[in-house]
Each structure stands twice: as C-alpha cells, then as structure tokens.
Design a protein around this ligand. Structure first.
Ligand SMILES: Nc1ncnc2c1ncn2[C@@H]1O[C@H](COP(=O)(O)OP(=O)(O)OP(=O)(O)O)[C@@H](O)[C@H]1O
Length: 297
C-alpha cells in the first residue's frame, strides 16, 4: 500500500524564498490523491533535522522535503540520528538554489517530483557517514576537501555577485592554488603526498550541474573519488573546464577511485565541504552505508 500520511517540511527561505509558493503549486496533487498532509515550515536553520529526528512514526508514513540540498542534508541527518531507528520514505521536491540529489533521482521540477512521490515507488540509496573527532555527519551528495572547500568559502564571501560568485571563486583558486600535505586513505590503501583537491561523490553531478562523477551510482555501496595532487595552473584550468561535461576523467593528472571507505589525516585542521555546506574538519574517516535510505523515485 502506498504511504498516505506525509509530513511536508518546507524551508520558507529555500530557493530565494520560492519554496512556499512551490509547495502551494504541488499541494493540489496531494489533495487529489487523498493524501493526509501535515506541513511544517522550518523556523530556523537546523529545524529540518529536529523534525526528522522527532516525527511520530505511528502517524507519519513518509517525509517530503520542499527545499534544496541544505534542507535535504538536514532531514537525512535527522532521520539517521533517530534513536528509535524508525524509517520513513523520503520524498524530495526541488525548491533550492542547488537541487543535486533531486536531479540525480530524476526529480527535476516540482510537479514531476510530486507525481513521483505520490506514485509511491521507492528505491534504497547509499549514505556516506563522515566521522570526525567530535561529531558524525551523514552525506548523500559529496564530501569535499581542499580546493572545493576553498572555492565554496570564497564564493560565500562573494554572495553579492549572485551565481557568478562560483566562477569568480574558481578563477581565484586557479590563480592562487593551495597545496596541502596529507595522508589520504582509500579502503586499505594509504597515500602520503601533496594534494589540491579530494572530492568523494555519491551523485553524478554536484553544485551547479558539474558532472564530477559520471560513473557514480547511488546504490552501489561505493563513492567515486576525484583526486588532484600538486597540479599546475594550466592543469587546474583544464580540470575545472572539463568537469562541466565529465571529460576530466580522461586527463592524465586526475585520479579517480571507487571505494567504500576513505579519510584524510592532516597536520592542520582543514575545513570540509559536506553536501555543499561548509562544515566539519580534518581529520575524518568516512564509510559508505550501503542502501541506508529509502527514497521515492
Ligand atoms: N527558517 C529558516 N531560517 C533560516 N535558515 C533556514 C530556515 N529553514 C532552513 N534554513 C536553512 O537554509 C539552508 C538552505 O536551504 P536550502 O538548501 O533548502 O535552500 P537553498 O536555496 O538551496 O539554499 P542555499 O543556496 O543558501 O544553500 C538549510 O541548510 C537550512 O539550514
């Protein structure tokens, strides 16, 4: 039987404040389907996680997130942190500036995403658990270190530039690359060297449509790592141009691994990019939790 009782978590600030309007656009489909719906507009950052951690499984069958990558990340972390281990099917309706998991699962626009949810077909997807000394975070999209974090941090400071901020931050990073010496662990292998970028992908695309991991499958128990050691500015430029269509995997200086666990140890405390959010630090270890989350597809 299809779930009929949905808790709908809407981030009113998602997608430049369009999420409530998007929910109102798709709500009639839920009404027509006879679904029972309780709407929870989030009141503060972190609220989505609190809701997902505390919703009563005896009155809710599924959770729908109306928001972007940040909202999905919060809800996934709430679900996986539940003490009662209760499981809810997860539906995602794109309403953010970045909708990465939505795109990977074919939920490209709100109406078709709502139809997918109401159809009731589910699929199990992998989740990456990132363990740091003081916290544990679950990711469904990316775990990034190095240039990917430096670019995200700079882009945040350039918000006034709008979407151009990512290109501006990327060009700055190419002009002034930062190289760090770390120990990179890949399953049973350990590599000590200088690196510029390490990014583990659960989804094929990331950010604003970059095809970073064209071979990634979200239910294969593995993440696809893109690794760049000490590269020249020209090589960096080549990399950032070719990740738009996934052709970077054929560049000789770009390494690609498929692993079920990985981690980074560094002398400095380097920031991480977890599902597009700047949070967490090295050292960390990460492992793929195979098929840990049920989503509507
Ligand atoms: N009521 C709220 N007030 C402030 N922040 C909120 C609220 N509800 C949710 N948030 C935060 O907004 C963040 C971004 O949300 P979301 O991903 O849905 O939208 P977005 O448009 O893609 O955002 P961004 O591009 O800023 O990441 C979430 O990580 C969440 O913590």
């Amino acid at each position: 039987m299809n779930p009929k009782r949905y808790a709908v978590i809407v981030n009113p600030y998602g997608g430049n404040r369009r999420a409530i309007a998007i929910w109102e656009q798709v709500r009639p489909l839920f009404v027509e389907a006879g679904a029972e719906v309780v709407v929870y507009p989030t009141e503060h950052a972190g609220h989505g996680r609190e809701l997902a951690e505390s919703l009563d499984p005896s009155v809710t069958d599924a959770i729908c997130v109306v928001g972007g990558d940040g909202s999905v990340h919060e809800v996934v972390n709430g679900l996986l942190a539940r003490e009662d281990k209760a499981q809810f099917d997860l539906g995602i309706i794109p309403a953010g500036t970045g909708n990465t998991l939505h795109d990977h699962l074919g939920c490209h626009e709100p109406m078709s995403a709502a139809e997918i949810i109401l159809r009731g077909k589910t699929h199990l997807i992998d989740v990456v658990r990132v363990t740091m000394p003081k916290e544990c975070v679950y990711c469904v999209n990316i775990v990034g270190w190095g240039a990917v974090t430096d670019i995200a941090r700079l882009a945040e400071r350039l918000r006034l530039l709008g979407t151009v901020r990512y290109s501006a931050a990327t060009l700055w990073q190419i002009a002034r690359p930062i190289v760090r010496s770390v120990k990179l662990k890949l399953d049973d292998q350990s590599i000590e060297d200088e690196f510029q970028l390490v990014i583990a992908c659960n989804t094929k695309k990331t950010g604003t449509g970059m095809l970073l991991a064209p071979r990634a499958e979200i239910h294969d128990g593995k993440v696809d790592l893109v690794v760049l050691r000490h590269a020249s500015r020209w090589q960096m430029l080549q990399l950032f141009r070719s990740i738009l269509d996934g052709s970077h995997l054929s560049l000789s200086f770009v390494e690609n691994y498929q692993v079920s666990s990985f981690g980074i140890e560094s002398r400095s405390c380097d920031a991480l990019n977890l599902d597009g959010e700047l949070m967490g630090n090295t050292p960390f270890s990460a492992e793929v939790l195979p098929q840990a989350l049920k989503v509507f597809v």
